[in-house]
Design a protein around this ligand. Structure first.
Ligand SMILES: CC(C)(COP(=O)(O)OP(=O)(O)OC[C@H]1O[C@@H](n2cnc3c(N)ncnc32)[C@H](O)[C@@H]1OP(=O)(O)O)[C@@H](O)C(=O)NCCC(=O)NCCS
Length: 176
């Protein structure tokens, strides 16, 4: 898939040099508050990082995200397969974004999301992109709303999640 760019962000495969900023982000309780709940240990972060490296340049994998004005790694964003008990759902993907705390509140997740919706629908010809978010995670919910996602279900439990979807704009049925 190579390198993708938006106005302020560059997206590429993970590289070994991303390890330290990756682990710093995973150790930040603010970043992990609504994803996992606990900061990741160094060992767990390194394990996850190896998975990110192994994913390489696969189109359906989260991409290392570089903030162009500073040339630094600030997290990972992108699309990954929606897994079902039967395997990856064909024509579908999950959108996700994880940014270091210092870069929040600048519209960067929304900018990343817009690019990956374009890639997913216009280049990969996906039919549907989904995202699930902890019901308490107001910032993430807001990003999904800004991107046009629609709430389809709320799953209540120990932790409750909103499930959002966006259908390919080229395939939406136009009411007569
Ligand atoms: C969620 C996350 C990606 C948002 O990134 P971001 O770059 O700050 O998002 P944006 O700046 O594009 O948009 C955030 C929006 O949420 C709003 N917002 C932020 N905190 C909020 C809060 N507590 N309550 C209500 N709205 C809030 C912002 O005002 C902004 O909306 P606006 O443009 O209408 O003003 C970032 O916080 C993050 O990486 N968190 C840790 C990982 C994570 O939880 N990822 C999401 C997994 S589902």
């Amino acid at each position: 898939m190579g390198v993708l760019e938006s106005e302020r962000l560059l997206f590429r495969a993970h590289q070994a040099a991303d390890l330290e900023p990756y682990c710093a982000m995973q150790a930040d309780p603010e970043v992990r508050r609504y994803v996992g709940g606990q900061p990741r240990t160094r060992e767990a972060s390194e394990r996850k990082f190896r998975e990110a490296l192994e994913a390489g340049d696969s189109p359906l994998s989260l991409r290392a995200t570089v903030f162009k004005p500073e040339g630094c790694y600030i997290g990972y964003c992108g699309l990954y397969p929606r897994f079902t008990p039967q395997g990856p759902a064909p024509g579908e993907a999950v959108l996700a974004f994880y940014l270091a705390h210092a870069y929040w509140g600048r519209g960067l997740a929304t900018e990343a999301g817009r690019l990956f919706l374009h890639v997913g629908f216009d280049e990969m010809h996906l039919n549907r992109i989904v995202a699930s978010v902890d019901v308490r995670h107001a910032a993430s919910i807001r990003v999904l709303e800004k991107l046009g996602f629609v709430l389809v279900e709320t799953e209540r439990g120990g932790r409750s999640f909103h499930h959002f979807e966006l259908l390919c704009p080229h395939r939406r049925t136009i009411p007569l």
